[in-house]
Design a binder for this molecule. Sequence first.
Ligand SMILES: *Cc1c(COP(=O)(O)O)cnc(C)c1O
Length: 447
Amino acid sequence: MTLRNIPSVEQLLQAAEELIRNFGRPLVTQAMRESLEAIRADVRAGADVPSNQALLALAESRLTAWTRPTLEPVINATGVIIHTNLGRAPLSKSAIEAMQAVSAGYSTLEFDMKTGKRGSRLVHAESVLQRLTGAEAAVVVNNNAAAILLALSALARGKRAIIARSQMIEIGGSFRVPDVMKQSGAKLVEVGSTNKVHPSDYEEALAESASQSVVVRAHRSNFKIVGFTEEPSLKEICELAHAHEAIVIDDLGSGTFFNVEKYGLTHEPTILESLAAGADVVTFSGDKLLGGPQAGIIIGKKALLDKIKKHPLARAVRADKTCLAGISATLLHYLKDEAEREIPIWQMISQTPESLKARAAHWQRETGYGEIVPAESTVGGGSLPGENLPTYVLSLNIPKPDAFLAKLRKQSPAIIARTENDRVLFDPRTVLPEQDAVLVKTLKRIL
Ligand SMILES: *Cc1c(COP(=O)(O)O)cnc(C)c1O
């Protein structure tokens, strides 16, 4: 009876000192139990009893699989800068340091250093945002979806929320602006047609019940309407709304401090333009074109922000200390006019095709494979739809490109690339300079 030759969990545990040191006794015991069960089934089916060493190896592979993080760093060679699936914006050194510093120990999160008494977490990013934008008040929440939900819940609940039909957008992951508006308790009032909305459309909707209305403008971040289209400017919308004593909430989506036209991209509404046009409340993401950690930022009139801050949902969607530290450090780069130098997404956006070509050529020389071809990077992240930046990529002619992409994903760190016309492309624009060496080493090994 060979089943008897299978060791017990206790016997195996005695030989598993190293595993216990690395994974802890309870987890190792569980892995042994599962491994032995599998072996018993094999032996019953006629297999030989493996050696103790083989049994330990079986347990170890289970333990490794169980404890491997599913959230791990990857090298983004896709050329999509704000890659939502790959974690959006990489952070600046100062932002990382600030987040590390507040998470490693205690901080002044809700502590007033002057009085030594309880303070408010709302103050941390607010003064920088006030100085940067001139807005009267600001609050940072968990993400922009939360910012919109909170702003609408606090300002539009039970009121009519007027929005152009062409702005009833879905952001991704089935997050739809009209759904969020309904969730907030606002009554959705759609105006205009899919491609056109006229000032008179807003006017009519406002005239119906002006004091009970809020106008919402949502930036079409991830698509374009072209052709026979028309939409009043934000300034016109604000003037109409204000004439009827209604407020305007502008969801910018990305929210940028820079005019991206200087990089050859189509104009993206900036945060300052939104305020200048008269928007009462403006919301945007922290991790799109701002280049910081995941956050939602709400800026605007003090009286409105006071209502937002006091709303019960504010607590549920509030930013944590690491987010506040990271956002503040990121905003400081803008304040100190060093954003392009310090914030990775702006470094990436501002790289010239020549410097990208030189990097791709360096990869080619080092690996000895592929060719350098012109291609296009994208800004991504639901910002700047269809906007491409000229780049140069390392292009590999591989018999089975999809299998090669899968192999790249199995590396540590994984490399995420893209294919085009059966070629595997590596775009230097989104690969951090300090990742060049490991990228080259990995490619050399697997090619
Ligand atoms: C991305 C986006 C959102 C959602 O922002 P998150 O920070 O991802 O929650 C909302 N509105 C618009 C217009 C967007 O582009």
